[in-house]
Design a protein around this ligand. Structure first.
Ligand SMILES: NC(=O)c1ccc[n+]([C@@H]2O[C@H](COP(=O)([O-])OP(=O)(O)OC[C@H]3O[C@@H](n4cnc5c(N)ncnc54)[C@H](OP(=O)(O)O)[C@@H]3O)[C@@H](O)[C@H]2O)c1
Length: 174
């Protein structure tokens, strides 16, 4: 994985939320960011894998939180968010990574039902995640003395921080 992509702040410890951390890219990112000294928060539907990740990171410094959440279900995302905010978490970076792929099937070989599931997770789920978390991230970043840093260019993901009030937060989606 590109180090440039992983670099979220040159100087300070960040709190990074990554959805879909029980396998693949999300899991790799969580481990890398924790090893770099950042606080990491992750979710997924497979609780046993979340527990395993918690165990694996127990020797790293920082505050790491793993909670179950189904990002294709808005109520589940809201519950996840509320549980985090009850713990006074202040998120600096949001990576909406949770998603499914039915590859190696060709697009036209996917059933309507499976395609609906993909859209519900990869599209609606990202929207639910943004809707649940971004307003508070903006609010926190606008506070006087906010420690959040400015970050304006990305080798991956879609920067929506430019030319908007979101100048102090970082959001990626895949
Ligand atoms: N790998 C690639 O080449 C590639 C290319 C383009 C885009 N992407 C996108 O990048 C993301 C990660 O890909 P990957 O290859 O790392 O996939 P992966 O290994 O299958 O991991 C997907 C992760 O998303 C989680 N997830 C799926 N549905 C979820 C839901 N409804 N709620 C919460 N978590 C959910 C899974 O956790 P649970 O099953 O535990 O819920 C898992 O942790 C996906 O969005 C994928 O579409 C990947």
């Amino acid at each position: 994985m590109s180090r440039a992509f992983l670099k979220v702040s040159p100087t300070s410890t960040q709190t990074i939320l990554i959805t879909g951390c029980t396998s693949g890219i999300g899991r790799a990112l969580i481990k890398e960011y924790a090893a770099m000294g950042h606080n990491v928060i992750g979710c997924g539907r497979r609780v046993d894998r979340l527990e395993k990740l918690k165990e694996e990171l127990s020797n790293y410094s920082g505050r790491h939180i793993f909670l179950p959440c189904d990002t294709s279900d808005y109520e589940s995302v809201l519950q996840f968010r509320d549980r985090l905010y009850e713990k006074n978490v202040d998120i600096d970076v949001l990576i909406a990574n949770a998603g499914i792929s039915l590859r190696p099937k060709a697009l036209w070989e996917i059933s309507n039902c499976d395609f609906d599931r993909i859209v519900q997770t990869n599209l609606n789920g990202v929207f639910y995640t943004f809707r649940a978390f971004v307003p508070t991230m903006i609010e926190m970043s606008c506070r006087p003395g906010s420690r959040k840093f400015k970050h304006n260019s990305y080798p991956a993901g879609w920067p929506i921080t430019n030319k908007s009030p979101l100048t102090n937060i970082t959001i990626y989606y895949f």
